[in-house]
Design a protein around this ligand. Structure first.
Ligand code: PMP
Length: 338
């Protein structure tokens, strides 16, 4: 018989899938590292497990302890699966801009969820950074994960995601492109790939309203770059320790509108029903197409699943309210006129 001992053993070894229709204008081979095959439907299962294992190993997390984290949902899901199997309590602190599905899903897997306002400064006591830190200090036998600065986050990708991409492409990968939030994915995968072949180019996808691109280009943390945005999972108004700017060759920024439209297009044109940051990532690849030539092998990583966004990017009323659906007048209305 062949079976996994528990759900955590099914994390990783995700497929690499060729992109077709959406990248027809790109000369290179574009391959998607398809992370929704993880049991929590996102790449974050990998780092959640690694962060818990490392905290257990050095005594930060003790038997029967409470895990506390500020998370937009995917890290929470990964932590929840590990907490269930390993017998910990989990409290997730989230910003109120996150989709309701993400909150409901976390509650479904037994997490306690605390929701905080998005539109406050990171050091405001109501922000989800501050609330998660305070809960970590005040709850007995608690461990505050802090995925932004916890080095096990990037290490998880250095030890698993990076080697998988290298082996699946038989060492032929030339570019790695991915959305950046905590920076764990880009830093861990990027470091591994560059150690195998220093010529591999690593590009981050950022969003308008986030500080990464400007900081990478100028070394200046510019507060004028910061404003509320809709794209979920990528961009920050802080500089997490997990972003290793030295291994990143450049950033490209994708608008909220493009991210939403390309999230829909991935589903309709590739059969890839994925989250909002996948829309950003593939639009980022298209924006960078001048950098690729025929023999290049471009790997883009898609973080999470479309089910978490059915009330948002996959809902045309939601899209219309934000002015994201402009070319729709044609179809039905025109047919009636004819
Ligand atoms: N996309 C989604 C949907 C995410 O949840 C995250 C994590 N915040 C990212 C992209 C960015 O990944 P990382 O934190 O590893 O930079």
């Amino acid at each position: 018989m062949e079976y996994a001992e528990n759900i955590l053993e099914t994390i990783g070894n995700t497929p690499l899938v060729k992109m077709n229709a959406l990248v027809k204008d790109i000369d290179a081979l574009v391959l998607a590292k398809y992370e929704t095959f993880n049991p929590g439907n996102s790449v974050k299962d990998r780092m959640a497990l690694k962060m818990i294992e490392d905290a257990e190993a050095d005594g930060r997390l003790k038997p029967g302890g409470t895990i506390i984290e500020g998370t937009s949902g995917n890290t929470g899901m990964g932590l929840a699966l590990a907490a269930i199997v390993k017998g910990y309590k989990l409290i997730c602190v989230m910003a109120d801009k996150q989709s309701k599905e993400k909150i409901d899903i976390l509650r479904a897997v037994g997490a306690e969820v605390v929701v905080c306002p998005t539109a406050v400064e990171p050091d405001d006591p109501r922000s989800y950074y501050s609330v998660s830190k305070r809960l970590g200090e005040e709850t007995p036998n608690a461990w505050y994960v802090n995925q932004y600065d916890n080095p096990s986050n990037a290490t998880a990708h250095y030890e698993s995601t990076g080697p998988e991409i290298w082996e699946q492409t038989k060492g032929k990968v030339t570019h790695f492109i991915v959305g950046v939030g905590t920076g764990g994915t880009i830093s861990g995968v990027g470091k591994y790939l560059k150690e195998q072949n220093p010529n591999v180019k690593v590009w981050g996808v950022d969003t308008y309203g986030s500080v990464f691109k400007k900081y990478h280009e100028t070394g200046i943390f510019d507060e004028n770059e910061i404003y509320s945005y809709i794209t979920e999972g990528i961009g920050e108004d802080i500089l997490p320790k997990n972003v290793n700017f030295d291994i990143i060759d450049g950033f490209t920024k994708v608008t909220d509108k493009d991210a939403a439209i390309y999230t829909q297009r991935l589903a309709k044109e590739e059969g890839m029903f994925l989250g909002n940051s996948a829309g950003s990532a593939i639009k980022g690849v298209l924006q960078l197409k001048e950098h690729f030539t025929k023999d290049d092998v471009v790997v883009v990583l898609f973080h999470d699943h479309g089910s978490r966004y059915v009330g948002k990017m996959f809902n045309d009323d939601w899209m219309r309210e934000r002015g994201f659906l402009e070319e729709e007048a044609s179809s039905a209305a025109d047919l009636i006129k004819e």
